[in-house]
Design a protein around this ligand. Sequence first.
Ligand SMILES: Cc1cc2nc3c(=O)[nH]c(=O)nc-3n(C[C@H](O)[C@H](O)[C@H](O)COP(=O)(O)OP(=O)(O)OC[C@H]3O[C@@H](n4cnc5c(N)ncnc54)[C@H](O)[C@@H]3O)c2cc1C
Length: 463
Amino acid sequence: MISLSGRGRKDRKTQCPLTFVIVGGSIAGLACAFALGRAGHRVIVLEKGDAESHSSCTRAIRSPPNMSRILQGWGLHEKLRQVMVRADCTVLRIGQTGEKIGLFRFHEQIMQALGAEVLFFPYGQLWQELYKAAVDVGASIRFNSTVTGVTSSRASKPCVVLSDGTEVSGDLVIGADGNSGMSRRCVLGGTDESGIVDRRSIFSLEVPMKELEDRKELRALTEASNWDIWLGDGGCIHGHPSVGTYLYSHGYQMNFMLPDASQDVSGEDWECQYPVQGIVRHLEGYTPSLRDLVSCATGAVSVRYIRRDRLSSFSDDNDTLILVGDAAHNLPPNSTQNVALALEDATTLGNLLWRLRSQTQLSMFLGIFDELRLPRSAEVFRSEHEKHEFLSLPYGPLQKMRDEGLRIAMQKELLDWDEADEEYLRSNWEEYIRMFDYDASEAVDDWWSKWGSLMDAHSSNGD
Ligand SMILES: Cc1cc2nc3c(=O)[nH]c(=O)nc-3n(C[C@H](O)[C@H](O)[C@H](O)COP(=O)(O)OP(=O)(O)OC[C@H]3O[C@@H](n4cnc5c(N)ncnc54)[C@H](O)[C@@H]3O)c2cc1C
């Protein structure tokens, strides 16, 4: 069912080193800096914030197997081991009562076949490891550098302009500046996208373990490696350990998707602080113990999601700027696959661009990037949106059907892997396998084994 061939690759370097200017030094920017530096290219990263605001962020992110495998291949899994928690299962509960109605186990057998696990660890730790890895391969990372525009034409090299008027030029600009960054506008020829403001607001906070020490009922949550989801009226709450030593957690991460809270939520980035008591006020329909848990948090952030049209290409018309990460995929914040897609983009670029033999091939390589990443991006976008809707159904007939279906499925899931109904497991896992088994590096290798020789022949014939 799951092919494991081709995983774990050796470094390979280009014969034609180019200069890449990356706008944005969060996960996508640093991951691309590492992958391209490792492929033998020169990289400059321009980040508007400072290192401290990234490295000190303790909120947890989720790493699905398709991402955990990339971290293994890059040697970062081992470095994050001290702070990661491995997820055992997803547990779905009724928000009002806490009643458990759904269970989805990350069976040992499936995880072994996938060659990686679902993990939780802090954003800041991943950022630090990527930063070190990028610097080690020679990337230059400049903080407090806000990019205000990109100038490009087919005739000359692209150049980014900083807010202090400085210009930085390279052979290709990589837009890793997130959902609301200026790179996306540049790819769309300067047009502002309006998009649809999502009716649900996202909030995120971490409850430190020390706050839970005297509260036995709440502490029990952090002692299991579960990914808990409480289903509410038109929204839901996710909770899972945030940082740990592989099996034992030291904190509890909570992410909220709440309806009709958007009036006071402004930004699309992760910079807007939000009062914890403000979130508690939106939790009327949830069990008092959840409200108690949230009250233990010391601070929270809010993020707004604006859903934009899908792009038909990730590069601009002049092939001087390409989008990666949230700038390209526009997934809802806090989805399972945001960070994973950023790492997949970086892996794809790295595995493509070490093969570059001349600068004239660059446009063709951007075409291959589109060919590989557009379908993957569309599939993940669809899957994440379906989950988003499924988990935030308003109370009514559809929600009742969902809950009943989950209860029935849980009875089957409670059986051991060997006893469980094969058809049930297949139907339950099919979608997840498609998301989790994707191997970005293997996708490039497969493409190249079919078309690479034609590409090289085409290039040596003078394009
Ligand atoms: C500090 C921080 C904390 C986060 N915390 C969480 C979290 O708790 N949970 C979660 O699910 N996701 C979080 N995210 C988002 C998560 O990193 C992304 O969804 C995912 O990793 C894809 O990352 P990205 O690099 O494409 O986009 P982003 O992470 O949004 O990064 C975009 C980067 O571009 C920079 N930038 C924007 N405009 C400019 C400009 N004009 N010039 C230069 N730089 C610019 C921003 O400062 C930012 O560092 C956080 C992001 C940041 C930056």
